[in-house]
Design a binder for this molecule. Structure first.
Ligand SMILES: Nc1nc2c(c(=O)[nH]1)N[C@H]1C(S)=C(S)[C@@H](COP(=O)(O)OP(=O)(O)OC[C@H]3O[C@@H](n4cnc5c(=O)[nH]c(N)nc54)[C@H](O)[C@@H]3O)O[C@H]1N2
Ligand SMILES: Nc1nc2c(c(=O)[nH]1)N[C@H]1C(S)=C(S)[C@@H](COP(=O)(O)OP(=O)(O)OC[C@H]3O[C@@H](n4cnc5c(=O)[nH]c(N)nc54)[C@H](O)[C@@H]3O)O[C@H]1N2
Ligand code: SF4
Ligand SMILES: [Mo]
Length: 765
């Protein structure tokens, strides 16, 4: 299904008044209104003070702020701050949770709170403890916290684990992994396991480096972008500015997405006020709408079309790649029919898109969760990398592969060694630092952690941010598994549902920390474009609160556990000493050791490729065959079938973010851009409704393999036939965890579900 944008309008049967009007551009006036509302609110002055503070934006990993000032990107361009950043800051500027809340509200009451209600309780201000058998969280002092934490960490190392979410600093991340590894545990689960792990694994296999090879400067030299499985208008709004600029200089944007996200057709960015007022700037030059989970087939199709058109850069491959001959053979032996039936796109569409790619001087391939959240997510990433190689689009400015990373410092966590796949170089450097070998017992990634906990193999868990309960598939399993852990410590800025549902067997602690712009010492973060930002110290608006810095907490815990063995853990209270150690042990991070004096932000060395020379043993990229996925859905009977008088059908469910949430934290109820007025909705294609005998706005049951949601309202919209979309985290109760075996990442974007409800009288035509 292809739409030459912006022709992909709403179909004729969408009569006015039938559905709430959805905007015909992303961004636009709601953004301006959002800024105005926030500015005029009581927190307005503090908001602007924070926006101007020299620290990186809290929200996404595109990265804004730092030493260039709050509104500038790494190239010093102004007006580079989006409303999502405001949303994130406003949530942090809330007053403290009021005194009485934890004293008077029982756990049962707290468990009734929605994600938004939990967040709106306010900021955490004092350490809290929930003891076994008690109904309420109680306030405790830091001495007691450390006594409990210390005892909890004195367990056999394989029974000790951490989980982290990429909002904290590099310094905290580094300390977290150093603490666990020094204790003998490699159990460093991280949100990236649920996110871009397939990109890291896939890119490392091909290029020897697991991050984006494209800098912002390089992106600005491209004349083509292929944007796959990304809802950037909502989740990386500043990338939209780059796409607008690329279109203005005559470039082409090819979007590949089963959902026609309105902001990918047209986007009104406040950075370009005139076009914003005129209905937005055109984004997609070409929109391909494949079947969810079929991207490897899409890219095999693009490669086959390049091959048949004589557009494969054979000289380039011969000089700079290996293993490509078997891929060309695979392309020859894979039939067009196999490709097109798998992905649902026609041969003409694929040939047309391939011709557009071949015509461009430089193409950047960018992707997000639509690519990684699949049982073959790593193949998807490698299929993209192969396409970039076959078309000669790597290893020079204006071209390359660019995973669009999630949390603002999730990439920094990986660089700091918070991973179960530690690079050899770093392992050796850490062994030298600690003067002893690290444990060789493989660590638990996030899914393995849940499985191990469920089997009673984890005693203590430290969560540095995040919402482990809410982020996992199969919420029932996650709750049970966490309930089998003895002690869980949650370090967090704000309460979330995980603190009320993800409870340990014996004791659960919720410990309040400073956020990035409040931390009383300097920190650093790394963006998805490999740019390391320096964040200046700040202060909190919370009067009388008893917060701790994450570095302070981890260094003190380590000191109590290990004293001066084998390093002076107490000295790690000093973040510049932590930076010195990072400079010594983290590949590409040399300049961090002197950043306190130089104030020079930098790009991590060895990540950006301006020449086709890659950090593999031979210096060549390693092409690998990517198998065509076999996509099928079970029959309705798999879910218990349809009842008498019921209509319904089995669909591939995409679970995604709305325009008003940050991961498990919901800021706004509805999603006006997709026409979904509240969160208890399912986006479906009209043809599927007719086929199933269901109708728009009817309430249905959405039945997954782990559970069902009742009374879900059907919203008809621009989604590929056979697919549906619902919002995470609420939907996580219905799905089983099916993972990509190469990296443990769950298939959040292709969840088999049965949608069923009373047969509606259908008036067709
Ligand atoms: N405001 C805001 N910003 C955020 C976040 C947030 O929650 N809110 N979260 C942050 C994090 S941690 C992350 S990981 C990123 C997430 O950023 P995204 O990856 O953009 O987020 P998702 O909502 O998961 O949407 C994925 C997109 O993939 C499409 N898609 C689904 N299945 C397929 C498929 O099979 N193939 C293709 N080609 N496309 C598909 C969906 O239609 C959707 O448009 O954003 C980061 N930034
Ligand atoms: N069904 C489905 N499930 C998914 C996804 C999906 O698309 N569909 N997406 C997956 C993805 S991509 C991701 S990344 C995960 C996200 O999973 P997580 O990263 O685990 O979850 P978040 O909701 O981002 O965590 C938010 C919490 O972090 C805490 N926090 C915020 N700032 C700080 C800070 O500075 N320090 C500390 N210590 N805590 C802080 C706050 O208490 C806040 O409540 O979810 C995954 N789960
Ligand atoms: S694009 Fe991302 S990093 Fe930039 S201001 Fe928006 S949320 Fe922050
Ligand atoms: Mo993510």
């Amino acid at each position: 299904m292809e739409a030459e944008a912006p022709a992909a309008g709403r179909p004729a049967d969408d009569a006015p008044g039938q559905d709430p009007a959805t905007p015909d551009q992303g961004g636009g006036w709601p953004l301006v209104e959002g800024w105005a509302r926030a500015t005029l609110s009581p927190s307005g002055p503090k908001l602007w003070q924070t926006l101007n503070h020299r620290s990186a934006c809290l929200s996404c990993a595109w990265g804004t702020g730092g030493q260039h000032g709050g509104f500038r990107d790494e190239l010093g361009e102004p007006l580079q701050r989006c409303l999502k950043s405001v949303e994130a800051i406003m949530a942090e500027l809330q007053p403290a949770v009021s005194e009485g809340v934890f004293g008077t509200r029982s756990l049962t009451e707290l468990q009734q709170l929605s994600s938004m209600e939990a967040d709106r309780l306010g900021r955490l201000s004092h350490p809290l403890l929930l003891r076994e058998g008690r109904s309420h969280y109680e306030r405790i002092g830091w001495d007691d916290v450390f006594a409990i934490a210390e005892a909890a960490f004195r367990v056999p190392p394989e029974r000790l684990a951490s989980y982290s979410s990429g909002r904290s600093s590099n310094e905290a991340a580094y300390l977290l992994q150093l603490l666990l590894r020094a204790m003998g545990s490699n159990n460093l689960a991280d949100c990236s396991d649920l996110c871009h792990a397939p990109s890291t694994v896939g890119l490392k296999a091909v290029f020897g480096s697991g991050t984006s090879m494209v800098s912002l400067e390089s992106l600005q030299q491209a004349d083509g972008v292929v944007l796959v499985g990304s809802n950037a208008p909502a989740n990386h709004p500043r990338l939209m500015n780059e796409l607008i600029k690329l279109r203005r200089r005559g470039g082409t944007v090819i979007v590949i997405n089963p959902v026609i996200e309105v902001g990918l057709l047209k986007f009104g960015s406040p950075a370009f006020p005139v076009s914003s007022l005129q209905g937005g700037a055109e984004i997609a030059s070409l929109f391909l709408q494949p079947i969810p989970g079929s991207d490897t087939a899409v890219f095999l199709g693009l490669q086959k079309a390049l091959l048949e058109a004589g557009a494969v850069q054979r000289d380039f491959l011969a000089a700079h790649a290996e293993g490509w001959e078997p891929l060309l053979e695979q392309l020859q032996t894979t039939s067009w029919e196999a490709i097109t039936t798998t992905c649902g796109l026609s041969r003409q569409e694929l040939e047309h898109a391939a011709a557009v790619i071949a015509r461009c001087r430089g193409v950047v391939f960018a992707w997000a969760m639509g690519i990684t959240h699949h049982a073959n997510g790593t193949d998807n990433v490698q299929a993209i990398a192969n396409t970039a190689l076959l078309s000669g689009n790597v290893g020079r400015p204006g071209a390359g592969t660019m995973p669009i990373r999630g949390h603002s410092n999730v990439q920094g966590f990986g660089s700091m060694g918070v991973t179960v796949k530690l690079r050899r170089e770093m392992q050796e450097a850490l062994e030298q630092l600690l003067g002893r070998p690290l444990s060789r017992v493989p660590g638990y990634d996030t899914r393995a952690l849940i499985t191990a906990a469920d089997a009673g193999r984890v005693d203590s868990l430290l969560c540095l941010g995040g919402n482990l309960w809410g982020a996992n598939p199969d919420a029932t399993e996650a709750k049970r598994a966490l309930g089998r852990i003895d002690t869980i410590l949650y370090l967090a800025t704000k309460p979330n549902q995980g603190h009320f549902h993800g409870l340990a067997a014996r004791q659960t602690l919720v410990l309040p920390v400073f956020n990035r712009f409040e931390t009383p010492h300097r920190t650093t973060t790394e963006s998805g474009n490999n740019y390391v930002r320096l964040n200046e110290p700040g202060t909190t608006h919370l009067r009388g609160a008893d917060l701790i810095s994450e570095v302070g907490f981890l260094a003190e815990l380590a000191r109590r556990l290990m004293g001066r063995d084998p390093i002076d853990w107490g000295r790690l209270q000093d973040p510049s000493y932590v930076r010195e150690l990072i400079g010594r042990t983290v590949p590409g991070y040399g300049p961090i050791a002197t950043i306190d004096a130089t104030r020079q932000e930098f790009s991590v060395e060895g990540r950006l490729f301006d020449t086709p020379q890659f950090p593999t043993p031979t210096g060549k990229a390693r092409v690998a065959v990517t198998p065509l996925p076999e996509l099928s859905l079970p029959a309705p009977e798999h879910f218990g079938g349809l009842g008498p008088g019921e209509g319904g059908l089995v669909l591939a469910l995409i679970t995604a973010r709305s325009y008003g949430q940050h991961n498990t934290v919901v800021y706004k109820a509805g999603d006006s851009y997709r026409g979904m007025p509240h969160r208890h909705t399912i986006l479906m294609n009209r043809a599927d409704l007719r086929r199933a005998g269901l109708k728009a706005h009817q309430r249905v049951t959405v039945q997954g393999e782990a559970g069902a949601l009742e009374q879900v309202e059907i919203i008809p919209g621009e989604i590929r036939e056979g697919a549906a979309l619902m919002f995470y985290p609420e939907v996580n109760v219905i799905m089983k965890a099916v993972i990509d075996p190469r990296c443990g990442t769950p298939a959040f974007k292709r969840v088999p579900v049965l949608v069923r409800g009373p047969l509606a009288v259908v008036h067709d035509g």
